[in-house]
Design a protein around this ligand. Structure first.
Ligand code: TRP
Length: 342
């Protein structure tokens, strides 16, 4: 009897020991789990959060956005891992743009990037402290976003995508020396386009040619306005304009029918049916924007961070359109140009 109870006693003790050991192990495991979780949350909370506001989707702006994300990743800010990016696209709607700008300017954002002039204007109009980084904003000064390009002066700096309009117009003249009437088509609600159209008009006149300037208020006007314009001119110049970039297919449908070449101001717009044009590589605009973002995240002072210009521009030639329209491009231009749609 005594012996048996002794044995029982030992078994009970061993069992108790085993159970408590197991319990300890479980507790230990759940401790490491909570620690890992806490660390993860902490990490998440510690990584910078930025916002990006894009006016609309068209190939140029989508390339810019990609350039930003890739450029950040290469600098060690990987989306979702070492940086959080809140991305909003207004789909071309001004009302959306305003609401989204407001939504993006929450406390957690270290800075907000505005792709296009209208997007940047919405952000800068609502935020005077936190950095607003411009991406593909043609004329930041004329758009009222900075005091000057060399010394922005406030919380706004970034990257311009402008090209030399004088060089663009003289290139049109070189390709089509007989063309007398040069159409200029732009969107009147975009400050960037208004400013470029004005300069283009001046440069066309300076060459002794006749500018015919027409604007649209909306992409839905493009078909009608372009039809009229194409019937009056020998060629059409298009500035860096979001409305037209969003509706290149409509424009080109009209100009192809009239056999009028289009000279746009971005690589993507040449690809989308322009004959040729001088423009800045859109993806590079994004990559350069990423560099500014990183500099600012690391503490660079925005007020004296000069506006960056992506590059001086490349000539893009749409081989398919050259053939279709039967236009000969002088070798002096073709030799330094990038061919698209070969
Ligand atoms: N520069 C335009 C703006 O200021 C935006 C833009 C960037 C753009 N790249 C483009 C527009 C290419 C048309 C085509 O709003």
């Amino acid at each position: 009897m005594k012996k048996r109870s002794n044995v029982l006693g030992i078994i009970v003790v061993v069992l108790i020991l085993l159970v408590s050991l197991f319990g300890l192990k479980l507790a230990d495991r759940s401790m490491t789990k909570t620690n890992a979780k806490q660390e993860e949350t902490a990490k998440k909370e510690n990584i910078p959060t930025i916002g990006i506001l894009q006016l609309v989707s068209h190939p140029a702006l989508d390339a810019i956005k990609k350039g930003i994300v890739d450029g950040l990743a290469d600098a060690g800010y990987k989306e979702g891992k070492t940086i959080k990016i809140d991305f909003q696209n207004a789909q071309g709607d001004q009302g959306n743009l305003s609401t989204m700008a407001q939504q993006l300017l929450t406390k957690d954002k270290k800075l907000v990037v505005g792709i296009t002039t209208p997007a940047a204007q919405q952000l800068a109009g609502k935020e005077t402290e936190r950095p607003i980084i411009l991406s593909g904003v043609t004329y930041p000064e004329q758009a009222g976003l900075v005091e000057s390009e060399d010394h922005p002066g406030k919380n706004v700096t970034g990257v311009s995508d402008r090209v030399n309009i004088k060089a663009q117009i003289s290139q049109i003249h070189e390709v089509l020396p007989k063309a007398k009437k040069i159409g200029i088509l732009y969107t009147s609600s975009e400050d960037n386009a208004v400013a470029q159209a004005k300069t283009a008009e001046k440069e066309v006149k300076a060459l002794g040619l006749l500018p015919v300037v027409k604007s649209v208020t909306n992409t839905t006007d493009i078909h009608q306005v372009a039809t009229q314009l194409a019937s009056e001119v020998d060629a059409i110049y298009v500035p860096i304009d979001n409305g037209i970039a969003s509706a290149m297919a409509t424009l080109v449908q009209v100009t192809d029918q009239a056999k009028i070449p289009v000279f746009p101001s971005a690589d993507t717009m040449v690809k989308d049916g322009g004959l040729m044009g001088m423009g800045v590589d859109q993806y590079q605009i994004g990559r350069l924007t990423a560099k500014v973002v990183v500099d600012v995240l690391k503490g660079k002072n925005v007020a004296d961070y000069p506006i960056q210009v992506a590059d001086k521009g490349t000539t893009y030639i749409n081989k398919k359109k050259v053939k279709e329209l039967g236009i000969e491009i002088p070798e002096s231009i073709a030799k330094d140009a990038v061919m698209v749609n070969e």
